[in-house]
Design a protein around this ligand. Structure first.
Ligand code: GBH
Length: 458
């Protein structure tokens, strides 16, 4: 395809937004400062056997104290958009009671520092750090949590709404629901299939309630970020493989996309969920609320998925009700996470979104890779990461040519950070963090990305 200009440059549309993303628990540290109480991640990390080497986010990148330097670093790289998340337990330490002004002060300072550096702040209200006191009352499996979330969202908007244009309710509800409540790989580490489906619904409801509150308060750009994966059957001619792919696509993608963008669960997912729950938690009017228009869909893309129908006796399921599905190794190169690398998966995904959910402005809110890079003489030569970013950006560029309304790209992540259950071992940063000294070293990928931003193209 002809996606290059005569100059050999794949140019992005004018006004395309370029940035990086982070999340509160992964970078802030200062876990007990200024009134913050524990979130489910503090509890999970302190539970033996849950996180690599028992590591926690107590200090992380110490961003809570070093935010000004981190913003200066972003400014020097030419970043124009910074997606960060707000820590709910800093803002409402007891979950339901008074707002903690000291917690809001931090994000106020961060916002002003970003604006002074010419960087647009983009706020994610929930990136997995539910106040532990709310988990103790049932967490996302109970409806009240969605209401508490909307109240908290309103409190953050009250303080930052005059300066922050783009608001994202949730990051990756799939991970919160399925990894948090079904596989137990993430906080709160529960393994109850019915709880996962109730959590998924209450997360969606929380999105709907928060979006309504933000809209009423005057928010101009409201979004939600979902992690999506294109799911392929091993044999596209085999109807059992095709059905397996349809089920996994439903559980991973459509179970969130359809309610958010069409205002209703897909019929096959309602049927699937009914195997595990009564569906009584889905009240009249919920789907309509969840499906209220948004202004931007955030897409996090890391890897494609390949499945087949299981031959022989169904065995243990990876996600609720997938005992008849086999997850296959697509035989592609992998990152340090073991995740397969396929840039074209991003193109297919974006083109599919443009087809199935037309008129939805899209933004890649996370894309990136962990590799085993190392620092030598103050330099990190992470050629593999440059290659990952370059090929994925070219795939995104192609998708725009094929009709995707893509407004921006945010790399995951600004800097190495607490990679959830993998602790500090996995490094996704464009900037290296030395956890002994907290020194930051822009990797080759950061310098390369800075050039891309400067040229608005590759
Ligand atoms: C994101 O989640 C998070 O938002 C972010 O906080 C995190 O640091 C970042 O990604 C990196 O992990 O096993 O081959 O099927 C990522 C969600 C879900 C993406 C599992 C990869 C498995 C790929 N991930 N998925 S594979």
């Amino acid at each position: 395809t002809d996606d290059r200009t005569g100059t050999g440059l794949a140019l992005f549309p004018p006004g395309f937004r370029w940035g990086v993303a982070t999340a509160a628990y992964q970078i802030e540290g200062a876990a007990a400062e200024d009134g913050r109480t524990p979130s489910i991640w503090d509890t999970f990390a302190r539970t033996p056997g849950r996180v690599h080497l028992g590591q926690t986010g107590d200090i992380a990148c110490d961003h809570y104290h070093r935010y000004a330097d981190d913003v200066a670093l972003m400014r020097d790289l030419g970043i124009d958009t910074y997606r960060f998340s707000v820590s709910w337990p800093r803002i409402r330490p007891d979950g339901t009671g008074p707002v903690n002004p000291l917690g809001l002060d931090f994000y106020d300072r961060l916002t002003d520092t970003l604006l002074a550096a010419g960087i647009a702040p983009m706020v994610t209200l929930y990136h997995w750090d539910l106040p532990q006191c709310l988990e103790d009352r049932g967490g996302w499996t109970v409806r009240e949590t969605a209401h508490h979330f909307a109240e908290y969202a309103g409190a953050v908007y009250d303080r930052l709404g005059d300066r922050v244009r783009t608001w994202t309710t949730l990051n990756e509800p799939w991970c919160s629901a399925f990894l948090g409540y079904a596989t137990g790989d993430q906080a709160p580490g529960r393994t109850e299939p019915d709880a996962a489906f109730r959590a998924a619904h209450h997360l969606l409801l929380g999105h709907g309630l928060a979006a309504r509150a933000l809209r009423a308060a005057g928010a101009r750009e409201i979004s939600i970020t979902v992690n999506l994966t294109p799911v392929s059957p091993r044999d596209p001619q085999d109807r059992h493989d095709v059905a397996a792919a349809g089920l996994v696509d439903g559980l991973h993608n459509r179970i969130f996309l359809d309610p958010i963008l069409n205002g209703r669960y897909p019929a096959d997912m309602l049927e699937h969920m009914a195997r595990f729950t009564t569906l009584e938690h889905i009240a009249d009017g919920d789907e309509e609320l969840i499906g209220a228009p948004i202004d931007l869909l955030g897409v996090n893309y890391y890897a494609p998925t390949l499945v087949a129908a299981k031959v022989g006796t169904p065995s243990s399921d990876r996600f609720p009700g997938t005992e008849g599905v086999e997850h296959l190794d697509p035989g592609l190169p992998v990152t340090a996470m073991g995740w397969p690398v396929e840039a074209d998966g991003l193109r297919r995904l974006l083109v599919r979104l443009a087809r199935d959910y037309p008129a939805t402005p899209l933004m890649i809110t996370e894309n990136g890779a962990a590799y085993h890079d190392s620092a030598e003489d103050g330099r990190v030569a992470d050629a593999e990461r440059v290659d990952y970013l370059r090929t994925h950006l070219l795939a995104a560029h192609r998708a725009i040519g094929e009709g995707a309304d893509l407004r921006g790209y945010l790399a995951w992540s600004l800097m190495d950070n607490f990679e959830w259950a993998y602790g500090y071992e996995k490094r996704f940063g464009l900037v290296r963090v030395d956890y002994d000294t907290q020194r930051r070293i822009p990797k080759d990928s950061a310098l390369w990305y800075s050039g891309v931003i400067g040229r608005n193209g590759i």
